[in-house]
Design a protein around this ligand. Structure first.
Ligand code: PRP
Length: 179
């Protein structure tokens, strides 16, 4: 464990087991149809790269990048698309992959935006959920772990672009972000 970390919340082993479990469920649910997985940069990149390899069957993937206006640690609900999809999703089975649903504002916007493009189906998979922080209702169809409202990093999640590559999800020591 690195010195900036207070405690590990979800271990590497727990994440690996959950990724396999979610991959099996997704494989069964989309059996026989091609799936388009959309990862929301940057946080979802690590989770998505593991998840797509645990899904059996035809899977294509693409990325979107969004930025929310306002304070850096909290989304404002006003979302700007920084990188859009490379392809049309009309008539396709789409699965959005996120690292964490927090206030729900980003996902609420994304779901509305993608739904207006007429996919055959649209579902959401998130590794983490902080339900106590929710401002608008968003529910993941596939969820890894519900976590408390703590400052977490690792497995894609960052603090000022640091700690994304940690193999576990961990709580950051307050003195790291209170400096
Ligand atoms: C995080 C996360 C979600 C969003 C969730 O992204 O990946 O996209 O915040 O927050 P919300 O539910 O309150 O809208 P962030 O803006 O930190 O960007 P990053 O993925 O590039 O780190």
């Amino acid at each position: 464990m690195i010195p900036e970390i207070e405690k590990i919340l979800v271990s590497q082993e727990e994440i690996a087991a959950k990724v396999q479990e979610l991959g099996s469920r997704i494989s069964a649910d989309y059996k026989g149809s091609e799936l388009l997985v959309i990862g929301i940069l940057k946080g979802a990149a690590i989770f998505m790269s593991d998840l797509v390899r645990s899904i059996e069957g035809a899977v294509a993937f693409d990325f979107m990048a969004v930025s929310s206006y306002g304070a850096s640690t909290e989304s404002s609900g006003v979302v700007r698309i920084v990188k859009d999809l490379d392809q049309s999703i009309e008539g396709r089975h789409v699965l959005i992959v996120e690292d964490v649903v927090d206030t729900g504002l980003t996902l609420n916007y994304l779901v509305d935006n993608l739904r207006s493009r007429n996919p055959a189906s649209l579902k959401l998979c998130s590794l983490l959920d902080k339900p106590s922080r929710r401002k608008v209702e968003v529910k993941a169809d596939y969820l890894g772990f519900e976590i408390p409202d703590e400052f977490v990093v690792g497995y894609g999640l960052d603090y000022s672009e640091r700690f994304r590559t940690l193999p576990y999800v961990a709580v950051l020591k307050p003195e790291v972000y209170q400096k």
